[in-house]
Write a protein that binds this ligand. Structure first.
Ligand SMILES: Nc1nc2c(c(=O)[nH]1)N[C@H]1C(S)=C(S)[C@@H](COP(=O)(O)O)O[C@H]1N2
Ligand SMILES: [Mo]
Length: 381
């Protein structure tokens, strides 16, 4: 008897210790549904733009991304990062609105209910992980032992999969509230406050990608106007360990690999080749971007005069010895584009060492990580 009754007594005592009465009237199914719809939109934007960024950087062999529109990557990555930041207030508000459900009793009513809660758990944990890891990444803070790229990429599938399951499960509620106005003035004010917090996040960061608003970018980790020659830098020449190599008189730019004739240029010879000037952005995967005027040699001209095949894949290699971005693959749509340069100057000045002196790659519709600096070899294959 004692043994049988004590688990029940224990449970009822336990129940009294946890907060089962949630008094705020701001919580309601309608509020949760509205926030859910906003989150559905922002997670869809983040998922699509994130996949675009991933497959731009890691394309399968058959994928030839176009080099136009010139600003496509700049826009999609700005949406990814700035949209991701704007999602933080939405997610916090949604979690606050629904967290009483954490204490629902009985916790698991059936196998179906258990599965539903498991997907919610995956969704909440995964969504928090995406926002926190993304925030840490743009803040240059890497406190975890795993690689950001792989973790952020694979978690995206878990989160988006769990989100689809969640939307299917909650569809009846979404339908009930999608086009209905929230009547309660307190709840309406709550939703407006959340939307305003989200909007304010955008206002205080969007200047990192929309240059006329740069003075508002108080929350952005990079200001597009701050850096050598007025352009930000992620990895400096010192950090890359190239300061001696770039001024070495033995420096050559070499075009080699599957070519009819190898080419080799000193810096002075490069500067005497036909020069072209283009306006293209540096668009970092971390969301900041800035348009510059670049002057240099067309990559296409170099590969054609070396006799490379028009279908060739090209690697542009840096003097940098270590580092994930020292080699950049350039496929035909990009190297054949007349805007793609090995640039010697930025905004009318000889490139600063931190921007890639003697030459750096600059190509349209391409993430910053693929615009390799301190170039010494063009390898055709
Ligand atoms: N060799 C090399 N090139 C590199 C990098 C690097 O670390 N090594 N960083 C890249 C990144 S992440 C960006 S955003 C751009 C920035 O170019 P900038 O420093 O001229 O603004 O350079 C790219 N080129
Ligand atoms: Mo970058």
């Amino acid at each position: 008897m004692i043994l049988q009754s004590s688990p029940a007594r224990f449970t009822s005592r336990l129940l009294k210790t946890i907060p089962t009465r949630f008094t705020s009237r701001l919580r309601s199914e309608g509020v949760a549904a509205k926030l859910g719809v906003w989150l559905g939109v922002s997670f869809t934007v983040a998922f699509v733009t994130g996949l675009f960024s991933h497959f731009t950087q890691h394309p399968p062999a058959w994928l030839l991304w176009p080099s136009r529109p010139v600003n496509l990557y700049r826009v999609t990555q700005g949406l990814h990062v700035i949209g991701g930041l704007a999602t933080v207030p939405l997610l916090l508000a949604k979690l606050w609105t629904v967290y009483p459900k954490l204490w629902q009793w009985p916790p698991l009513r059936s196998a179906g209910h258990a599965a539903e809660r498991l997907f919610v758990l995956l969704l909440v944990a995964g969504a928090l992980f995406q926002l926190v890891s993304g925030l840490f990444n743009i803040a240059y803070y890497y406190p975890y032992p795993f690689g950001f790229l792989q973790a952020h990429y694979w978690t995206a599938y878990i989160v988006y999969g769990a989100l689809i399951v969640h939307v299917v499960n909650e569809w009846a509620k979404v339908r009930r509230h999608l086009w209905t106005r929230v009547e309660d003035p307190g709840r309406r004010r709550f939703l407006h406050t959340v939307a305003a917090a989200s909007g304010l996040t955008v206002v205080l960061t969007v200047g990192e990608a929309v240059t006329p608003l740069e003075r508002l970018a108080l929350l952005a980790p990079r200001n597009p106007g701050v850096g050598p020659q007025g352009v930000p830098v992620n990895r400096s020449a010192v950090a890359a360990g190239v300061t001696e190599l770039i001024d070495d008189p033995a420096y050559r730019l070499v075009v080699t690999g599957a070519v009819r004739r190898e080419l080799s240029f000193t810096y002075a010879e490069l500067a005497r080749l036909p020069q072209h000037t283009v306006r293209l952005p540096i668009a970092c995967v971390e969301g900041w971007s800035v348009e510059c005027e670049w002057t240099g040699v067309r990559l296409r001209d170099l590969i054609e005069s070396a006799g490379g095949s028009p279908e060739a894949f090209v690697s542009v290699e840096s003097l940098e010895q270590r580092g994930s971005y020292r080699v950049s693959e350039v496929r035909p749509p990009h190297w054949q584009d007349p805007l793609t340069l090995l640039a010697l100057s930025i905004n009318g000045q000889v490139l600063d060492p931190d921007h890639g002196h003697p030459v750096r790659l600059i190509a349209p519709n391409r993430p910053g990580v693929m615009q390799t600096k301190w170039v010494t070899t063009v390898r055709v294959s």
